[in-house]
Structure formats: C-alpha cells, structure tokens
Ligand binder design. Structure first.
Ligand SMILES: CC(C)(COP(=O)(O)OP(=O)(O)OC[C@H]1O[C@@H](n2cnc3c(N)ncnc32)[C@H](O)[C@@H]1OP(=O)(O)O)[C@@H](O)C(=O)NCCC(=O)NCCS
Length: 228
C-alpha cells in the first residue's frame, strides 16, 4: 500500500487485514476483522486471530523508557493458538501451541507462553517474562519484566508479580518474582520483587507476599504469613 509507513499490505483473507510482506498466513488460520500482522510473525497451523488483534508490534518507546531500543523481530504463534480480540502481541514474543490469550491482553516483547497455557481477559505479560506450560491465569493479571511462572501454576484474577526496584531498598536490584511449579495464587495477591513461591505452595486471596514461601506451604494476609 503506497505511503504506508509500516509497509503493510491489505489482504483478501479478512476485512481490513493488513499483513507485512513475507508473512505467511496459513490457509486454515481464522482471521477476524481489522487485524494487523507486522513483519517477522510466524503463524502455526490453525491459529485463531480475533478482531482488532495486532501481532509483532514493535513498541513505540517514550523518551524516558528503559526498554531496549533494538527489538527482536521474530514473533511466534504455535499451532492452534488463539489470540482474543483487541490483544497485542509484541515483536519477539513466543506463544506456544494451543495457548489461549484472552481479549484485551498485552504480551510484551521477548516473553514466552508455554504450550496449553491460558491467560484470561486483559492480562499483561511483561517484557521477557516466562510462563510455562499448562498454566491457568485468570483475568486482569499483571506480570512484570522478567518474572517466571513455572508449569502447571494457577493464578486467580488480578494477581500481580513484580520485578525491578523495591523503592524501599535503594541500590538493591532483586530478581523478578518467581512461581515454582504447581503453585496456586489466590485472587488479587501480590508477589513482590525478589520473592520465590515454592512448588505446590498456596497464596491466599489478597495476600502481599514479601518473603519466600517454602514448597507446599499456605500463606495469607498482609504481609503474608503461613496459616497454621
Ligand atoms: C488461603 C486459603 C487457601 C485458605 O483456605 P483454608 O485452608 O480452607 O483456610 P480456612 O478458610 O480454614 O481459614 C483458615 C484461617 O485463615 C484465614 N484466612 C483464610 N483465607 C485468608 C486470606 N485470603 N487472607 C487472610 N486470612 C485468611 C481465615 O479467616 C481463618 O482464620 P481463623 O482461623 O482466625 O478464622 C483460602 O482462604 C484462599 O484465600 N483461597 C484463594 C481463593 C481464590 O482466590 N481463588 C481464585 C479463584 S476464583
């Protein structure tokens, strides 16, 4: 399309579908209206891309952004993945087979969603965050840059996992939060920077988790303490 700064071309596959040159849209893909697929996107067989989805977007960075300026360009959607309407999958994200991305979600550059994982409505998966396989994440969860969620975890709605500066501990730069395999996180819990939740542990609804949780232990409250 002449004059289009993103070098996108209209396609006859769906109303208002714009596809960058070189992107192959599989014949069995289901594509909604007003979808934009940028350069470097690789689509698996049978993907479902709902209305108003943007794939492979290189984020526009504001002047104060600390995000890397050089973005990875290859974006992967595995076989049978579903991306819900109005979601954005940034450049360099890797989405495994049969993953479900809920409507209005944002999957940032360099992040990874393992096979058979499901993320609910309006979730944000931060830059370079890693989510394992068969994870169930309900709506409105927020994962900060670089956090790790291992296989088979469950996150209730509105769970927040943090990374980066603590604000209370100037000069410290602790690791992003981690959920080990099979842990269960109650609704609206917050897992603070540097905290590791052990395998099979349970975090109560509304907890603020400030210290590591041993495997298999249940914690609740603010700050979170083990339940007797
Ligand atoms: C933490 C949790 C797992 C504990 O369940 P449980 O082992 O059955 O515990 P109980 O209900 O017997 O409660 C034990 C004690 O912990 C307290 N408690 C329970 N959940 C709590 C919570 N989230 N925060 C603070 N205290 C909590 C109870 O009031 C009770 O205190 P008491 O002995 O002084 O009365 C559960 O209450 C919870 O928060 N689950 C998360 C559910 C969720 O968010 N699911 C999302 C899906 S939609």
């Amino acid at each position: 399309m002449t004059g289009n700064p993103l070098s996108l071309q209209p396609s006859d596959r769906a109303p208002q579908l714009l596809v960058a040159a070189g992107v192959d849209v599989p014949g069995d893909a289901v594509i909604g209206a007003n979808v934009v697929i940028h350069a470097g996107v690789v689509l698996g067989a049978g993907v479902v891309i709902e209305d108003a989805v943007v794939l492979g977007k290189v984020p526009a960075l504001g002047g104060g952004s600390k995000s890397p300026q050089a973005m990875p360009v290859s974006t992967h959607l595995g076989d049978g993945a579903i991306v819900g309407s109005h979601s954005t999958v940034s450049a360099g994200a890797w989405i495994g087979a049969r993953v479900y991305v809920g409507d209005h979600s944002l999957v940032r550059e360099g992040s990874r969603l393992g096979a058979d994982t499901s993320i609910g409505h309006a979730c944000t998966i931060g830059r370079d965050a890693v989510v394992g396989e068969r994870v169930r994440m309900q709506g409105y969860c927020g994962l900060a840059t670089g956090v790790l969620v291992e296989d088979d975890c469950f996150l209730g709605p509105m769970v927040i996992m943090l990374a980066g500066i603590t604000m209370g501990a100037i000069g410290k730069d602790p690791a992003p939060a981690v959920l080990r395999r099979g842990s269960n996180i109650g609704s609206a819990a917050q897992i603070l920077t540097g905290v590791e939740v052990g395998a099979g542990a349970v975090v109560g609804a509304g907890a603020v988790v400030t210290h590591d949780v041993p495997p298999g232990v249940t914690v609740a409250g603010v700050p979170a303490r083990p339940l007797n």
